[in-house]
Design a protein around this ligand. Structure first.
Ligand code: ZN
Length: 429
């Protein structure tokens, strides 16, 4: 009885195995031409919309090179603790063969550089014999080890094609999610956010109907379809009709940086002196108050200047207070990003249009020097507040925003016009 049962199970196992083998085989003969290509694409998968069209031109070549390959590819992901040796051992390679394969590879590649998560492709013939092992040396290079009678190594250089692409979209939810919906890669969206982080507080500033317009560079590895996103060339965000825009530029000292049309760098600091031609009349720190006579902490810097001297916004931000404020007199406070605020006191007047909630750009005139509140004469009392603590404006350490001048500025202007023209033509062609 038992014996019969065992036979039945054995027959079942054999027939299932046979069925799987046959179906796999049929599968292979049907699709083998593209199998390798498809599998490769899976490895690197995602965003390749634009490339689909490009594919038409390049596919004949790929087909030709793949035609020769009649193997089935198995992908092995390198897991924590795996070594090249342990992988070959798991594939039932003999020690001698492992040694031969590895020493051959190590002639031109340091196997220690293979990282967890990378993929090794193993190609089997129809008898299950491993005839080839391949892995990426880097995104553009494949190391291919042929395992026929003789082991030999091929280094396959893949074709890299460079592109520029433009996208424009309106935010209905968030910069990121709407970007994804509009086919912008997450790599690029992260770059946009970091580019504008000096200007915008993404939690609070971005509103519905904000328009984002960008162009960026990317490379496609033709054979694998892998896309690599490079620099943003142009980025513009229009909020409430105000435009922030930046152009990529390589400065004379060789840095890739971003500037607006005036040649001002994206990384603007908060101004230490938010008005022209002023003289410091009282510094930050403990002092005897000129009116009360008590010793008191002076939480800002005083700049003596004639009444009516224009006062500039110390940085990009949103006006959070405009109006009388006790001893401060006529007072403005601006909220910037990354926890900074600036405050301006004793003004004679506010500039037109400056009201609570209004967005201001660095250098924009917000008001005028005066002597309102507790003040002994016309001056600006200027405070910088970081995370609700007053700091000394003159000792503020923030990235210094480079401003292009002279020949460098001329060169930038020529370049940004080309970038902008390209951007528009790509958007609207
Ligand atoms: Zn003061």
């Amino acid at each position: 009885m038992f014996r019969i049962l065992r036979y039945l199970i054995l027959i079942f196992i054999i027939s299932t195995g046979y069925y799987l083998f046959i179906s796999e085989y049929l599968n292979i003969t049907e699709k083998n031409i593209y199998k390798e290509e498809i599998v490769r694409k899976e490895i690197v998968e995602d965003k390749k919309k634009i490339i689909q069209e490009k594919k038409e031109e390049t596919s004949p070549n790929i087909k030709k090179s793949i035609d020769k390959v009649q193997f089935v590819e198995k992908k092995i992901e390198i897991l924590q603790g795996d070594t090249f040796v342990s992988i070959l051992e798991n594939l039932n390679f003999k020690q001698k063969k492992i040694y031969e394969v590895i020493s051959k590879i190590e002639d031109s590649f340091d196997l220690k550089k293979i990282k967890t998560g990378e993929i090794i492709s193993v190609f089997e013939n129809n008898y299950g014999e491993i005839k080839k092992i391949e892995f990426f040396k880097n995104t553009e290079t494949i190391i291919s080890v042929n395992l026929d009678k003789e082991i030999n190594l091929n280094i396959i250089k893949l074709t890299k094609a460079s592109f520029i692409e433009s996208k424009e979209y309106t935010i209905t939810e968030s910069l990121f999610s709407d970007g994804i919906k509009n086919g912008v890669s997450s790599d690029i969206l992260v770059k946009i956010i970091s580019l504008f982080s000096f200007d915008l507080d993404f939690q609070r500033d971005i509103r519905v109907n904000t328009v984002v317009s960008i162009s960026y560079e990317f490379d496609e590895i033709v054979e694998t379809g892998r896309l690599e996103y490079n620099d943003i060339k142009y980025a513009s965000i229009i909020i409430d009709g105000k435009q922030l825009e930046y152009f990529k530029f390589i400065t004379d000292d060789g840095y890739v940086d971003y500037f607006n049309r005036d040649g001002k760098n994206v990384k603007k600091s908060i101004l230490k002196t938010p008005l022209d031609g002023a003289r410091i009349s009282s510094n930050f720190g403990m002092r005897k108050h000129p009116i009360s006579g008590f010793n008191k902490m002076h939480k800002g810097v005083d700049f003596a200047a004639p009444t009516g001297t224009p006062i500039y916004a110390g940085g990009n931000g949103i006006v959070e207070y405009v109006g009388r404020n006790g001893g401060y007199g006529k007072y403005i406070r601006i909220r910037h990003n990354n926890g900074y605020k600036t405050a301006y006191a004793h003004l004679s007047n506010y500039n037109k249009g400056i009201s609570k909630g209004v967005r201001v750009n660095q250098g924009e005139v917000i008001g005028y020097v005066g002597s309102t509140g507790n003040s002994t004469g016309p001056h600006l009392h200027y405070e910088i507040i970081y995370q609700n603590k007053h700091i000394n404006p003159l000792k503020l350490k923030l990235p210094s925003g480079k401003i292009l001048e002279g020949k460098e500025l001329e060169k930038f202007k020529e370049e940004y016009k080309i970038i902008y023209a390209d951007h528009l033509s790509m958007l609207y062609e």
